[in-house]
Structure formats: C-alpha cells, structure tokens
Design a binder for this molecule. Structure first.
Ligand code: ADP
Ligand code: ADP
Length: 227
C-alpha cells in the first residue's frame, strides 16, 4: 500500500503544486489520478519514487517512509512508464528491457532471457527483440515501455499518461490488454491521465485533483458514475 499523509510540494519559484494531499493506494489495484492540466498529478506521482522530494508530509510504501529508502532501492521497487515510452534510441528492444537489471548487476544471459519473457507478456514476439525503437509503432514502443518497467519485478508501478500518445483504436486495445495483464501480475499501480474515460475503464479507484493540488474526491468508477 502507498500512503500519502499530508503531502505538499511548493516549487522553488513559489508555485504550490500539491497541498496537503492524503490518500491511500491499496495493494494490487489501479489508482488513477485525474484532473485538469496543472493540478499536480505528475508532481504527486514523481514524489512516490522521489524524482521530486515533498516539501512536507510523508509517503510510505507498505509502511516504510520513502524518505528513508535508498534511491536505487526505490527504482528497483517502483517501475515507471511514461508517455512516448522514453526508450533508449540506440539500444535494441531487448536491451532496453534488460538495461536496468543489468545496471543493478544482473548477468547478461539471465537479464536477456527475462527480457524476452517480458516482451512476450506484453504481446511482442521474438522478432521484435533485435529491432530499434524507431522501427516500432507508437503502440509497440509503449508495450516495450511496460515490459521495461516490469524488468526488476517491482511490486509498484507508476504510469504517466501511458496510452495517450497512440491513436484511439490502439489505445483501446492497449487498455484492454493492460487490464488482462494486471489480472495476472497484480501490481500496485498509480496512473496519471487527463482522460476521464481512461480513468473509468482502468481505475479500481479514482482520485480527482483540483487546481492547487487538492484532493477533490476519491471514489470507485461506480461511485463516480452514480454521482
Ligand atoms: P499536472 O501533472 O496535473 O499537469 P504538474 O504536477 O505537472 O501538474 O504541475 C503542477 C503545478 O506545478 C503547475 O502549476 C505547474 O506549472 C507547476 N510546476 C511543475 N513543475 C514545476 C517546476 N519544476 N517548477 C515550478 N513549477 C512547476
Ligand atoms: P506462471 O509461473 O504460472 O506462468 P506467473 O504469474 O508467475 O505464472 O507468470 C506468468 C507470466 O508473467 C510469466 O511470463 C512471467 O515471466 C511473468 N511474470 C511473473 N511475475 C511477473 C512480474 N512480477 N512482473 C512481470 N512479469 C511477471
């Protein structure tokens, strides 16, 4: 479980991005952060893996304060998927997926074998392994991004607009496949989207933020649709 307890972030220029945010992200579920541009979604998410440090408040992972966890350990525990996948352009698909496990000391053969399994898991067959990112469609790159985020077998996954850079038909397909994948792997997921339909499709719970980084509401899709 991820717990935000009175978390605030004021940037050095005085911008209040997040203000007194408290909520819980239950294990094995998808929690989606939605809200208008600039309401603090990305800042909130990046404080979980400490790409950004909170100004005040605490974030715990299964009871452990993230402020006390070594950043390398945090990267290992928390996979991160970003819009446009952010793949290394000069590395093959398989090496993109194996990169972090290699950096963390994994053996070449084992990390590659695991990478091949993960590619299969996200629906990419062997023929993609030796290609470079520019040889893939946007949807295929995004699949590689998901495989890469799973490479250290992290219990937590952060996803920032993971499917928004692809066309609507591919997006719908990726969403469905991602739900199927999540049924098998049961990660604890925080996802950011500005697309309320995506939030309703993918979220087990939805945290609605409003300008200034306040929590307006946290509810299940069913509760939101009833309102
Ligand atoms: P969202 O993801 O909901 O669009 P962000 O978390 O990116 O929102 O941004 C929240 C607020 O913080 C916005 O007003 C944004 O302009 C501001 N902001 C984001 N990053 C910085 C930064 N590095 N320095 C100053 N202000 C920032
Ligand atoms: P089984 O071992 O019965 O096939 P698993 O759920 O262990 O079932 O694995 C199913 C697939 O998911 C396998 O391809 C495996 O490599 C992959 N897998 C298992 N655990 C994870 C994980 N934490 N992250 C990513 N992929 C995983």
């Amino acid at each position: 479980m991820i717990v935000f307890d009175q978390v605030s972030k004021t940037y050095p220029d005085g911008t209040v991005a997040v203000a007194g945010l408290s909520f819980e992200v239950p294990n094995g579920k998808i929690t989606v952060l939605v809200g208008p541009s600039g309401c603090g979604k990305t800042t909130s998410m990046r404080m979980i893996n400490r790409l950004i440090d909170p100004t005040s408040g605490t974030i715990t992972l299964d009871g452990e304060d993230t402020a006390g966890i070594d950043k390398v350990q945090l990267r290992r525990k928390i996979g991160y998927v970003i819009q446009n996948a952010g793949l290394f352009p000069h590395r093959t698909v398989v090496d993109n997926v194996a990169a972090l496990p290699r950096l963390l000391g994994g053996k070449k053969k084992e990390t590659r074998e695991r990478a091949m399994e993960l590619l299969e898991l996200v629906g990419l067959d062997q023929s993609f392994a030796r290609k470079y990112p520019w040889q893939l469609s946007g949807g295929q790159q995004q699949r590689v991004g998901v495989a890469r985020a799973l490479a250290t077998d992290p219990p937590f996954l952060l996803m920032d607009e993971p499917f928004s850079a692809v066309d609507p038909i591919v997006r719908a397909q990726l969403q469905q496949e991602f739900l199927n994948l999540q049924q098998r792997i049961g990660k604890t997921i925080v996802m950011v989207t500005h697309d309320i339909d995506e939030a309703l499709i993918l979220g087990d719970q939805i945290a609605v933020l409003r300008q200034g980084g306040h929590l307006a509401q946290i509810a299940t899709p069913q509760e939101l649709l009833r309102a």
